[in-house]
Design a protein around this ligand. Structure first.
Ligand code: PLP
Length: 421
């Protein structure tokens, strides 16, 4: 297929096959790490990704919900370059001006209840730190239970597996945290909050929620979440949101939990991914009642708050929180939601979850999702391949509307092809 539009370029000899580069990497790295579409990333700019053979895709992944401000955003590049020229590429946990400026911006933008930020490198580390804070708080106030949700994803470490997925997610380690209780995720929009299944409210330390269930962008029914929040507040339990995917305007609001339109703030907020739209950095926001329980708690690491990451994150927050940008984003979200919903007409698609600039397209089965993804890639559009019966779309928030509409039209063509029509 030979494709050449303003945003897509696919040469007639392109094949969705492992490249020699991928085969070379597979010799050196575990297969589990490289279970991606076999596309070489040679360059990524704004909302396109190019390989080294002259092919170019409209990126509907933002990497993996990271480049909210667009790939290689000029303001972020300039900030990184400036920091490079300052000859401060690493600083461990010593005070630095760039760290202070970044924290000032992050906490300044955030609701006032978040007075402290723990800065780390990855989402898994952020959730791990949140787990620690919950446990320390729980020990102090004699509350032992953590309530989580089956099917959630909270990262790749042991503590992440203890509170994510389900009871047996950490079976590989031969342990489970008996004080973590998993509720079924409320996929049914009319599901009611199962108060009766919970331990005594006085014993609940925290509720831990992903802003939406990752694999298919399933949101909590609003009433369900509203009841959960009221219950937790009355019980005096903490609420922790893992907002890794939903943060930094992905859902139209600064933080994903705010998109529910419910008047509350979590006590603990885990952030990462779109925080710098580029370099690794993550954070846990909370107040001093949590962060200061143990002044010697290990809440930092060798590379946390790296000066280049702080510079990138500061520039990213300045870019994303600009009023003009946010006004434009509101229009882009409306277009994205409207165009994505139209995909419902395909018989291969059973359900669509969409909010802001994230969509989970649920297909009849995994094979159908694979077919649509592969066909879209051959046509110059890169969706998130979930390895399940879902396809996720999450373009950079900077994507031009014409590219957005073109990409969703291509997904529709891919669905028609997958349906064998
Ligand atoms: C909701 C959620 N929590 C935690 C993580 C882990 O983040 P990281 O891969 O940066 O460790 C992810 C990553 O996909 C995620 O989606």
């Amino acid at each position: 297929m030979n494709i050449s539009t303003k945003y897509r370029k696919i040469k007639s000899d392109f094949e969705l096959q492992p490249t020699s580069l991928l085969e070379n990497l597979l010799v050196k790295e575990p297969e589990a790490v490289l279970r991606q579409l076999p596309i070489t990333w040679a360059k990524a700019k704004d909302s396109t990704v190019s390989d080294d053979q002259g092919n170019q895709w409209i990126d509907m992944t933002s990497g993996i919900f990271v480049t909210n401000a667009g790939h290689a955003n000029p303001a972020i590049k300039a900030a990184i370059k400036k920091q490079l020229d300052n000859d401060l590429l690493f600083s461990y946990n010593y005070p630095t001006t760039i760290r202070n400026r970044f924290l000032g911006k992050l906490l300044g933008l955030s609701p006032k209840c978040f007075s402290k930020a723990v800065i780390l490198n990855s989402g898994s580390e952020a959730v791990d730190a949140a787990y620690k804070l919950i446990k320390q708080w729980g020990a102090k106030y004699r509350r032992k239970y953590i309530i989580s949700f089956s099917g959630s994803y909270h990262g790749r470490g042991l503590s992440n597996d203890l509170i994510g997925g389900g009871k047996h997610k950490a079976a590989w380690a031969g342990i489970e945290d008996k004080n973590v209780i998993f509720l079924d995720f409320p996929y049914d929009g009319n599901a009611s909050f199962p108060e009766a299944d919970l331990p005594h409210p006085d014993e609940i330390a925290a509720f831990v929620l992903e802003t939406f269930q990752g694999w298919g962008a399933w949101f909590y029914p609003r009433n369900y979440l509203d009841t959960l929040v009221k219950f937790a507040r009355k019980a005096g339990s903490l609420i922790c949101f893992d907002d890794l995917q939903g943060g930094f305007y992905r859902l139209g609001t600064l933080y994903g939990y705010q998109s529910y339109g419910i008047d509350f703030h979590p006590d603990i907020l885990c952030l990462g991914k779109g925080m710098a739209s580029s370099l690794p950095i993550s954070a846990v926001l909370c107040d001093s009642g949590l962060s200061e329980i143990d002044p010697y708690a290990d809440l930092h690491g060798t590379h946390s708050a790296n000066p280049l990451s702080c510079a990138a994150a500061l520039a990213n927050l300045e870019f994303l929180s600009d009023r003009t940008f946010l006004d434009r984003l509101a229009g882009t979200c409306t277009t994205f939601e409207r165009e994505t919903i139209k995909l419902k007409r395909h018989s291969a698609i059973t359900h669509i979850n969409v909010r802001g600039m994230i969509a989970g397209i649920i297909t009849r089965d995994k094979e159908m999702a694979d077919k649509i993804v592969f066909s879209a890639v051959r046509r110059g559009v890169l969706p998130v391949w979930t390895h399940r019966n879902s396809i996720k779309l999450a373009p950079p928030l900077t994507i031009p509307e014409a590219a957005l509409v073109e990409a969703i039209t291509v997904i529709s063509e891919a669905a028609t092809e997958a349906e064998g029509k």
